[in-house]
Write a protein that binds this ligand. Structure first.
Ligand SMILES: [Zn+2]
Length: 423
């Protein structure tokens, strides 16, 4: 009887302990318009870094150097003002009907695009002739590339062509695929717009008002801290999650980045709270990286300017996209560290935490990458499940299920105790 009671008690303890109102509130706050999508308009990422540093402090994570912040500068293209497109006088919805390419230039004008057929687009010589003809005839002032129904290889080729041609004239591409945004460090001479096929009307006129600003020396900041082991040791385990996202595409539209990666940042803080009360015999560092979406910039800067000697880092656990998990998780670098991976899967089986743990080889798809390049052992863990919103305006707090957040957290704690802290 006593034992059953104990089991029930510990189970309910787990349920109530995880995904607390504080955790939800933290994730929600990161996704709110006040943080502007944690990008490069209105200092969204800097404001978020301030907020995370406060959360570090509350969770008992102390600065390693004098400050929590590690600053670095980079060039980034931004859309701080107007970002309006109307098609034959119909005002379109940014993020839903269209995207301005992350590297788009700005302009306020009426576009009368000429649509080039595929045979012209696939022939560099013909393109050149047709562009010259188009620009001298004055009837058209821009180019339209329709990629509807095309295969991936052709699509890739045409997207590259569109970027290339946007140095010469404004370009609109029509797509029937999901609109997926990113961040760019360069700015094309002319606007480059991606319009969804569902709203495209043939022989159209477009009035556009796009303000694009290239910022050559934007300052972003990693947030770094640790809990030192009680007994002095150099051994350090590092948990990382990037907190930046794509920011704003115009003053009216922002990308909340709930799953990517408010969820992972929340997990990072949540683990810190746990280890504050359950101190291991090794140092545990926590890094919230900036500039991940701009090309893994924060983690690159860190490994080149490490505030913890890389030799002291026993293992890095990078958490990116922690908000789903109904179909389990994937572990990138699993094949590089088979012992760590089998420990993790055993823990999962014993604890009955997640539906599946998928093994994947190395990939340059998040902040673990630069650690791997420097031979620091690292896993990158992401959840798989019902939430398919990715780099779009629909990746909102409300769409976050966090349905396996509790069990994932419990599993990461078990894995830390059984493996990482013993390295
Ligand atoms: Zn991410």
């Amino acid at each position: 009887m006593g034992r059953i009671f104990l089991v029930l008690f510990s189970f309910s303890f787990l349920l109530t302990q995880a995904q607390t109102p504080q955790e939800r509130a933290f994730a929600k706050e990161l996704c709110s318009p006040e943080f502007h999508g944690r990008g490069y308009v209105d200092k969204g990422d800097s404001l978020a870094s301030e907020y995370i540093a406060k959360a570090f402090e509350q969770a008992g994570v102390r600065p390693i150097k004098k400050s929590y912040f590690q600053s670095f500068t980079h060039q980034v293209n931004t859309f701080p003002g107007s970002c309006l497109i109307a098609n034959n006088n119909r005002t379109l919805t940014p993020g839903v009907h269209y995207l301005v390419d992350p590297s788009s230039g700005g302009a306020k004008m009426t576009l009368r695009p000429s649509e080039f057929p595929l045979d012209v687009l696939m022939d560099p010589k013909k393109i050149q002739q047709e562009v010259i003809r188009l620009l001298s005839a004055k009837k058209y002032n821009s180019l339209l590339i329709n990629t509807k129904g095309l295969g991936n290889d052709t699509l890739k080729q045409l997207n590259e062509l569109a970027s290339f041609l946007a140095e010469v004239l404004p370009v609109i591409t029509i797509t029937d695929k999901k609109l997926t945004w990113s961040v760019s460090s360069r700015q094309l001479k002319h606007p480059l717009i991606q319009l969804h096929d569902s709203v495209y009307q043939h022989s159209s006129e477009f009035s556009i008002d796009i303000e694009a600003r290239l910022v050559p020396n934007y300052t972003s900041r990693n947030v770094i801290g640790w809990m030192k082991a009680k007994k002095k040791t150099n051994k350090t385990i590092v948990f990382t999650a990037h907190y930046d996202h794509l920011g704003r595409m115009g003053s009216e539209t922002y990308f909340p980045g709930a799953n990517d990666n408010a969820s992972g940042t929340t997990m990072l803080i949540s683990l810190a709270h746990y280890f504050k009360e359950n101190r291991p015999d090794v140092n545990v560092a926590f890094i919230a990286f900036a500039g991940e979406e701009a090309g893994l910039l924060g983690s690159k800067y860190f490994v080149d300017h490490p505030s913890i000697p890389l030799n002291d880092i026993q293992f890095v656990l990078n958490l990116d996209i922690m908000g789903s998990g109904e179909e389990g998780i994937t572990v990138v670098n699993a094949t590089l560290h088979p012992e760590a991976f089998s420990t993790l899967t055993n823990i999962n089986t014993v604890g009955n935490y997640l539906k599946a743990i998928k093994s994947r080889g190395p990939a340059a798809n998040s902040d673990h990458y630069w650690f791997t390049q420097k031979k620091v052992p690292a896993f990158f863990i992401y959840t798989m499940g019902t939430n398919k919103h990715y780099h779009d305006v629909f990746d909102t707090y409300d769409e976050l299920t966090l349905s396996t957040f509790n069990s994932l957290k419990a599993m990461l704690i078990d894995f830390s105790k059984a493996y990482l802290f013993k390295l």
